[in-house]
Design a binder for this molecule. Structure first.
Ligand code: PHE
Length: 338
């Protein structure tokens, strides 16, 4: 064997070393090259019998080969032992880590449920923009120029004269403008008010608007349909109460309450000890509103109602602070299932 062949063999040995991924393979390699009857022992024997002129160089190269490989084998062994230590404590019988699964947000759950209940009563879903004009949010809803709701203290006005809708009622107008009666729609969506946030108020919250227009629609229909809805949503034992109120776009107007589901009407923090939760307002559509959309108010009547989604979520799931609905804390959200 000459020097060149010897260097090639060394190269191959180092490559095999790099490939040895486990202690057993490394030991096999050590025996093959460095063992008592290994290749290097044989080569050393060959050096003794080599041409005297070549012997010193050949001897030096062979020695370097042996020493370097010996060093590298030791080093590799230490490396493999270290990885061994890391792998050893793993218990393959342990259950795996499951990826966290998302859940539907309580607001979405309530809106979907409200939609399903009214769909069963013949209502379809309508929609309108969050950025509204004063016409749809106020004028067409018979709300006079000096009405306090128009005050910048109560409404978020945009620089271009539009506003963030303070109610879903503008969708009533948008729907009636585009279709003749009869109409039976609900319109879920976000609304915005300049309210200071506390346990029961938020500057943006959700409503579902309802509108039913046909010949002969009366207050009795309104009371019946709201009560039907309440029973399906909250359970058969819920009580509904209507109180006289005023809205510019309904006449007569009411506010309506559900009995508090959290305490069963006995009084608690959520219902502020009254036993009732105010859900929203409702009433019979004002003839002035029909006039704005060219509906014949001699022939048609209708009812409209709002519905506070957060309020329903709070009593249905016993949530004591409206802010919990916006904090995106999974520990809270995961507890609420349809
Ligand atoms: N838009 C009213 C509110 O936000 C509720 C309402 C809707 C009242 C429909 C009457 C008719 O308070």
């Amino acid at each position: 064997m000459n020097t060149e062949e010897l260097l090639k063999l060394k190269q191959r040995a180092l490559e095999e070393l790099q490939a040895a991924g486990a202690p057993a393979a490394l030991e096999e390699l050590r025996v093959k090259y460095l063992g008592r009857r290994g290749l290097l022992a044989e080569i050393m024997q060959g050096v003794k019998n080599a041409d005297p002129a070549e012997r010193p160089l050949l001897g030096r190269v062979a020695n370097e080969f042996k020493n370097e490989l010996g060093r590298r084998v030791d080093q590799r062994r230490r490396e493999l032992q270290q990885t061994d230590v890391k792998i050893a404590p793993c218990d393959w019988t342990l259950p795996g880590r499951w990826p966290r699964q998302g859940t539907r947000h309580p607001i979405s759950i309530v809106i979907e449920e409200v939609t399903a209940i009214f769909a069963a009563m013949g209502f379809t879903v309508a929609d309108g923009p969050d950025m509204e004009t004063a016409y749809y949010n106020f004028d067409a809803l018979n709300t006079p120029d000096d009405h306090p709701a128009r005050d910048p203290q109560d409404t978020f006005w945009l620089a271009d004269g539009r506003l963030l809708r303070t109610q879903t009622s503008p969708v009533q107008i948008r729907v009636m403008e585009t279709q003749p009666p009869p109409v039976r729609i609900i319109a879920p969506g976000r609304v915005y008010r300049r309210d200071t946030t506390d346990a029961t108020h938020s500057a943006n919250f959700h409503q579902v608007e309802g509108l039913y227009v046909d010949r002969g629609v009366s207050m009795a229909d309104l009371k019946n349909d709201i009560t039907c809805f309440a029973r399906r949503m909250m359970g058969a034992d819920v009580k509904v109460r209507f109180r006289p109120h005023f809205f510019p776009f309904t006449e007569p107007s009411v506010e309506y309450d559900f009995s508090c589901h959290v305490c069963g009407g006995r009084g608690c923090r959520v219902c502020k000890n009254s036993g009732w939760i105010e859900i929203s307002g409702a009433g019979l559509v004002h003839p002035q509103v029909f006039a704005k959309v060219n509906y014949d108010y001699e022939q048609y009547t209708g009812y409209a109602f709002g519905l506070g989604v957060e309020r329903i979520a709070m009593i249905k799931y016993g949530i004591h602070d409206i802010r919990a609905l916006y904090a995106n804390d999974l520990r809270f959200l995961e507890q609420i299932r349809p």
